[in-house]
Unconditional design. Structure first.
Length: 453
C-alpha cells in the first residue's frame, strides 16, 4: 500500500508543475489574440498564419525533447550522468541546426514563407514583418526546450515551470507595452507581439545558462555537442528520431483537420476555433499525466525494476482514465458559458454546441492514447510502434475520411466533424493490445558506453 501511494505521490509531484506550465502556455496564446483584437482583424489573421511555423517548430522540439527524455530517464535510473550529457549534446546538435534553418529563412525570405499560407497581399506583408522579428526567438527556443526536457527527464520539473512562468508573464507584459504603446513605447501592433516573444526568449535562454552555471549535474553547455559516442548516436537515431517523426506526422495530419473544416464555411471555422481552445484546456491534465508517468517509468526501467514498471503502468492507466473523465467533465461544464459569451452567428453557435459535446468523450480517447504512446511506450524505449500506429491512423484513415466526407459525399458539417473525431478510438484496439503484450517494456541502457566507443 505504501509503495502504491508513493507512486501516486511522485506522479502528482511531477504532474502539477507540468500542468501549470501548459496552462501558462495556453494563456499567452489567448493574450496575443485578445490584445491584437484591438489592432484589427488583418493583424490577428496574419499572426495566426505566421504562427503556424512556431507550431511546426514546437512539434519538432517536443519530439526531440521527448526522444531525448526517453534515453535520459533510463540512464538516470542507471545512474550514468555522462551518458545523459552525451544524449543532451546529440539533441542540441539537431535542435540548433533546425533553429538556425528556421531563423535564417524567417529573416531572409519571410514573404515567401507567408505565400505558402495565403495570397492576400496585406496578410503576406504583415506576416513577413512578424516572422522577421520572430527569427531571433527561433534561435533561442531550440536550446531552451532541449535543456528543460533533459531537466524533466531527471525529475527537475519545477525549474522549468518557474522559468516558463516568469518568461510568459514577462512576454504578456511586453505584448501590452508594444501593442498599446505603454510607458512611452511606440505602438508596434503585430510587430510588438513578435518583438516581445523574441526578447522573452533571449532572457529565458540567459536564465537557462545562469541556472546551468549553479547546477551540480545537468548543464546547458554547447561543448556537449562535441561529445562523440557512436553507440549513443545509434540509439538516438533508432529510438529518439521515431518519436520526433511520430509527433511531426501526427501534428501535420491534425492540422489537416483545420484545412478540411476551413473549406466548410466561416461558421464552421469560427466554431472550431472556440472548440480548439476548450479542448486544449480539457486535455492539459491528461498530457501532464502522460509526461510525468513516462519519466517515472523510464527511471524504474533504467534501474532494471521491470516488474515495478509493469505494475506502475497499470496505476498510470487508472490515473489516465480519471484525467480523461475530468477533462470531459470540464468541457461539459464549459458549454453553457461558451455559448453565452461567444459572439457568433446562430449557425456557428449550433455547430459549437454539438462540437463541444463530441469533445466531452473525445478527450478520453486522446488521454488513453497519449499516455500509452507518448508516456508508457516511450518510457520503455518503444517509439517505433507509436510512429507506425499514428501515421497509419491519421494518414490512411482520418485525413482521407475527412476529405471524402467533406468534398465527395458533401456531408453536413457536424457529421464531418464527428467522423474526424473517431481517429483516437479507431487505434484503441491496437494500442491497448500492444500495451498488454508488454513488448514495450525494455531496458535500453548500455554498459561501458565510453570504454567501447
Amino acid at each position: 500500500m505504501k509503495t502504491k501511494s508513493r507512486f501516486y505521490q511522485q506522479t502528482f509531484k511531477l504532474v502539477i508543475p507540468i500542468v501549470i506550465q501548459n496552462l501558462l502556455s495556453a494563456a499567452v496564446s489567448s493574450a496575443d489574440v485578445i490584445m491584437l483584437n484591438s489592432v484589427g482583424q488583418s493583424s490577428i489573421a496574419a499572426a495566426s498564419l505566421a504562427a503556424q511555423y512556431s507550431s511546426i517548430l514546437f512539434m519538432v522540439y517536443y519530439g526531440l525533447g521527448t526522444g531525448a527524455t526517453m534515453l535520459c530517464a533510463q540512464y538516470y535510473g542507471k545512474g550514468d550522468m555522462r551518458a545523459i550529457e552525451a544524449v543532451e549534446g546529440i539533441a542540441l546538435r539537431f535542435s540548433l541546426v533546425i533553429s538556425i534553418l528556421f531563423a535564417v529563412c524567417a529573416f531572409s525570405i519571410p514573404h515567401l514563407m507567408m505565400r505558402i499560407f495565403t495570397n492576400d497581399v496585406e496578410l503576406i506583408a504583415l506576416g513577413a514583418l512578424f516572422l522577421r522579428y520572430m527569427s531571433v526567438s527561433y534561435l533561442c527556443w531550440g536550446l531552451i526546450e532541449i535543456y528543460l526536457s533533459i531537466l524533466r527527464s531527471i525529475g527537475r520539473v519545477v525549474i522549468g515551470t518557474v522559468l516558463n512562468s516568469v518568461t510568459i508573464s514577462f512576454d504578456i507584459f511586453l505584448n501590452a507595452v508594444f501593442i498599446f504603446g505603454l510607458f512611452g513605447a511606440p505602438k508596434l501592433g503585430i510587430i510588438g507581439v513578435a518583438l516581445s516573444t523574441s526578447i522573452s526568449r533571449v532572457l529565458e535562454l540567459i536564465a537557462c545558462f545562469v541556472i546551468s552555471y549553479y547546477s551540480k549535474d545537468i548543464k546547458l553547455n554547447l561543448k556537449l555537442m562535441f561529445i562523440h559516442n557512436k553507440l549513443l548516436l545509434k540509439d538516438f537515431f533508432r529510438l529518439s528520431l521515431p518519436a520526433l517523426a511520430n509527433d511531426v506526422s501526427w501534428g501535420v495530419a491534425f492540422s489537416m483537420y483545420s484545412v478540411i473544416i476551413g473549406h466548410l464555411g466561416a461558421d464552421a471555422v469560427a466554431a472550431n476555433s472556440f472548440v480548439s481552445v476548450i479542448r486544449n484546456f480539457g486535455t492539459i491534465f491528461c498530457f501532464g499525466v502522460a509526461s510525468a508517468g513516462g519519466i517515472l517509468l523510464g527511471k524504474e526501467i533504467g534501474e532494471n525494476r521491470l516488474d515495478d514498471a509493469r505494475t506502475n503502468a497499470k496505476k498510470l492507466m487508472r490515473l489516465t482514465v480519471l484525467s480523461g473523465l475530468l477533462g470531459g467533465l470540464l468541457v461539459l461544464i464549459a458549454i453553457p458559458f461558451v455559448l453565452k459569451y461567444a459572439a457568433l452567428t446562430d449557425t456557428a453557435l449550433h455547430y459549437l454546441k454539438y462540437m463541444l459535446f463530441i469533445n466531452t468523450y473525445y478527450v478520453m480517447g486522446a488521454a488513453v492514447n497519449t499516455t500509452l504512446i507518448a508516456g508508457v511506450f516511450r518510457a520503455g524505449g518503444d517509439s517505433r510502434f507509436g510512429f507506425i500506429c499514428d501515421t497509419i491512423d491519421m494518414w490512411c484513415y482520418a485525413v482521407p475520411l475527412g476529405f471524402i466526407a467533406a468534398f465527395v459525399l458533401r456531408l453536413p458539417v457536424l457529421w464531418v466533424y464527428f467522423l474526424l473525431c473517431t481517429d483516437e478510438f479507431v487505434k484503441w484496439p491496437w494500442v491497448i493490445k500492444h500495451y498488454k503484450s508488454g513488448k514495450w517494456l525494455k531496458n535500453i541502457t548500455r554498459d561501458n558506453l565510453f570504454e567501447d566507443a
